[in-house]
Design a protein around this ligand. Sequence first.
Ligand code: PRP
Length: 194
Amino acid sequence: MAESREKVSVLISQAELEKRIKELAQEINRDYEGKDLLLIGVLKGSFMFLADLLRYLDPKTAVDFMGTSSYGASTQSSGEVRITKDLEHSPAGRHVLLVEDIVDTGLTLRYLVDTLRARQPASLKICALLDKPARRRVRIGLDYYGFIIPNAFVVGYGLDYQERYRGLPYVGVLEETGEAESTAGRKDASGSKE
Ligand code: PRP
């Protein structure tokens, strides 16, 4: 097995995340005052962000999850996304806030928004912790976002590299030195999906 040395440097600290997430929650609470809100988390990456956001939202806020996966590099251009886990309850007539960890090309969100709109929610908005506009391939408007980040490969706080690093309490940049065992996976080290 070839030697792979990975180093994670902090991009957004735990304290910065907490402060910004509290601000986002205040904004969301204001905007949805008097309405029953349904958060839909996009698995897996959003689980930590969603959990922390939820702590500061109106206690009546409901939660559901969807899982998605792409078909692979050849279908990225078509934006083909597969649902690996669907909602438990219909979002029809509900005020839905879609919660993502990161918007990269925007293809996942484009697909989810189109899919959910067809199910006729009362309203549909998007909240993403991280926005990486440098790699956007489709136009998608974010109603709430935490941080705009550079085109670096980020891990931590729910985001993985080959399923590792999701548990870091901060968002970091992954730097790989030495001969990697494999750079295939969710995204390669330049941030491109493979
Ligand atoms: C990541 C992230 C978003 C998507 C964003 O998920 O959580 O859902 O990629 O990329 P896009 O804007 O280019 O579509 P991923 O497919 O890596 O799965 P995971 O959340 O289970 O790690």
